[in-house]
Design a protein. Structure first.
Length: 610
């Protein structure tokens, strides 16, 4: 009996390996169907988890509210190329630097469903469905990266890691209808193009994805520039990569020009720095033209190719610096006053380490793990020069996004998304290595640690065992105000007042114009720095200055405040004796007449008496 145990164990092991190979073969063969199934599962989960928010039209962010107002304006007959929001700062309107691209799926869903379910439910359906569309593109793109660089069957590992990418998945949740989800998906597609072994197809995908992303916005500009540099360096290292570079250059130039013609608003046809304008169109056309010329030339010596690439890069940089010198600093172009009064207070514009250890770890855990996984994958592919080049190039955006967390937290979603292939590599390579140990305990511990760390679950796991910090009464009050003031319930009594211009906090403007018939003075959009600064100064300054701004400059009909909202705490902390502080202490000037609201209303409202 003892002699027969070894063959039995070997037979069982062979059976297990055979089953594993069959599973892996099925995952490889039906990877498209698996990806669609995962997408449908995520869609179901997201809709169920956000059902109340969908029903109560609780749009996630100020940008989501403004996006809906923009779509309504488009459907109401506003010019395709006119993106001014005339319900902010009427009658001039607010200058919005966005693109109509993201409006299209929302408008299409509303137009399709409005005759069937009515306008209200059509909009509810749009805010539920539209954010899920780019998620499918993201999943396919991530799967392609993993299949091309790690293993054809390893992509489900990246899908599991997505559950711990809260910053990234939040951009695809129902009610998150702004452009960030589309940009993340296009960035993932760009990396998939970099990883593509078929040169012409890969270059064309990178170029088209870059052009589409630029037409939506410039938030991914740094990563797109890295991708473009990678295309040029591929050509430097290997002359056979000229097909990739030529396809990239042609698709980038043509795609960017088409995007400008179709989607650049009247405002963006000026040489502005924060959107696809003549500034970035000319840069893209010059760069693509030079790259196309280099690809056609392609000298046999790599040193000559490197010299030509350096000259082309310097020419693009010199052109930008000499022709568009005003776009050499921060692209928002806000004044020092607006930077001090407003932008420096925006949470997502702060470095990750300024958000506290708990939040910082939840945001950065997966990107750090991803960088480690990408480094391991680079070492894993070192014996195949062509695959190694694509691996390094695909890893660089993840490294850049992770480092940029030290500058602004808003890079968190991109950092987490770009980390997914790295986490898949870490687990795909690391788990078999851990399983080689002869000790059962080492195998178990090693695989467990790799799984927890590799999936980015370490920070949530540790956080679940940490005692919750007791919340102060002021923190509870702030959370309550931030939740109640944008709600339909909170704004319903405000909507019952006769239509007028409402002077209120910057962050309340987009919500006011979306769910009430009132107009507002401004929203948190950097091109409207004058209005933003005026709001901040009115609440922080004295009563005379407040009246000159609220009544004299903007002819407001109402003044609306939400005590304890985050913005209000800034006023009380930095200007306790200012106009807002006086209102809080009951010192209301004669030119303001109280508007009666329900006793449980989170707002205080006054009618301007002229």
């Amino acid at each position: 009996m003892l002699c027969s145990r070894a063959p039995l164990e070997q037979g069982a092991l062979f059976t297990q390996r055979n089953r594993l190979h069959r599973v892996l073969d099925l995952l490889d063969r039906y990877w498209k169907w698996v990806t669609v199934a995962v997408w449908l599962g995520l869609c179901t989960w997201f809709v169920i988890s956000r059902w109340d928010a969908i029903h109560y039209f609780a749009l996630s962010d100020t940008d989501d509210n403004l996006r809906m107002s923009q779509v309504r304006a488009l459907l109401g007959g506003q010019d395709w190329y006119d993106l001014r929001q005339y319900r902010l700062n009427p009658p001039t309107g607010a200058n919005v630097h966005w693109s109509r691209i993201v409006d299209l799926p929302l408008a299409g869903i509303i137009l399709l469903l409005r005759p069937l379910v009515g306008g209200v439910d059509a909009e509810r359906a749009a805010i539920a469905i539209a954010p899920l569309l780019p998620l499918l593109l993201l999943l396919f793109s991530v799967a392609l990266v993993v299949r091309r660089l790690v293993h054809p069957s390893a992509y489900p590992v990246a899908f599991v890691a997505l559950f711990f990418a809260g910053s990234a998945t939040g951009m695809f949740m129902p009610t998150r209808i702004d452009h960030h989800g589309w940009q993340l998906a296009l960035l993932a597609l760009t990396v998939a193009g970099i990883a593509d072994p078929r040169r012409a197809r890969g270059g064309a995908v990178v170029g088209l994805a870059t052009a589409a992303s630029l037409a939506i916005g410039l938030e991914m500009l740094i990563y797109l520039a890295i991708a473009g540099s990678a295309m040029a360096l591929f050509w430097v290292v290997d002359a056979a990569e000229r097909r990739r570079v030529a396809a990239y250059a042609a698709s980038l130039g043509g795609g960017t020009a088409l995007g400008f013609l179709l989607f650049a608003s009247y405002a963006n046809r000026q040489p502005v720095c924060d959107a696809l304008s003549p500034v970035w169109l000319s840069n893209a056309l010059l760069g693509s033209g030079l790259l196309l010329g280099l690809a056609m030339l392609t000298p046999p010596d790599w040193k000559r190719r490197l010299a030509l690439a350096v000259v082309a890069g310097l020419a693009i940089a010199a052109f930008h610096a000499l022709v568009w010198p005003h776009c050499l600093t921060r692209l928002e172009g806000v004044s020092p006053e607006v930077q001090e009064l407003w932008l420096s207070k925006v949470r997502e514009a702060r470095p990750v380490y300024r958000h506290g250890a708990e939040i910082a770890s939840l945001i950065a855990a997966l990107p750090v793990t991803g960088v480690i996984g990408w480094a391991l994958l680079v070492a894993w592919n070192r014996r195949e020069p062509e695959v190694l080049r694509r691996t390094i190039a695909a890893a660089l955006p993840c490294l850049a996004a992770t480092v940029l967390l030290l500058w602004q937290t808003r890079t968190g979603p991109a950092a987490q998304m770009l980390a997914l292939p790295g986490t898949a590599a870490l687990l795909w390579i690391g788990v078999p290595w851990a399983m080689r140990s002869k000790l059962w305990l080492m195998r178990t511990v090693g695989v467990t640690v790799l799984a927890v760390v590799g999936f980015g679950a370490a920070a949530p796991f540790v956080d679940s065992f940490m005692p919750e910090k007791p919340r102060t009464s002021s923190q509870i009050a702030v959370d309550k105000a931030n939740r109640q003031c944008p709600s339909l319930w909170g704004l319903k009594p405000i909507a019952r007042q006769p239509k007028g211009v409402v002077f209120s906090f910057v962050d309340l403007g987009p919500r006011l114009i979306t769910v009430t018939h009132h107009n507002a003075v401004t929203g948190p959009y950097h091109r409207n720095g004058e209005q933003i600064a005026d709001v901040m100064k009115a609440f922080r300054g004295d009563e005379r200055q407040a009246r000159s701004i609220i009544v004299g400059k903007y002819a407001s009909d109402y003044l609306l405040t939400c005590p304890n909202m985050s913005t209000a705490t800034i006023f009380m902390a930095e200007a306790p004796k200012g106009f807002y502080g006086q209102l809080q202490r009951g010192r209301v000037p004669a030119w303001l007449e109280p508007v009666e609201l329900p006793k449980d209303s989170p707002f205080r409202m006054w009618r301007v008496v002229r």
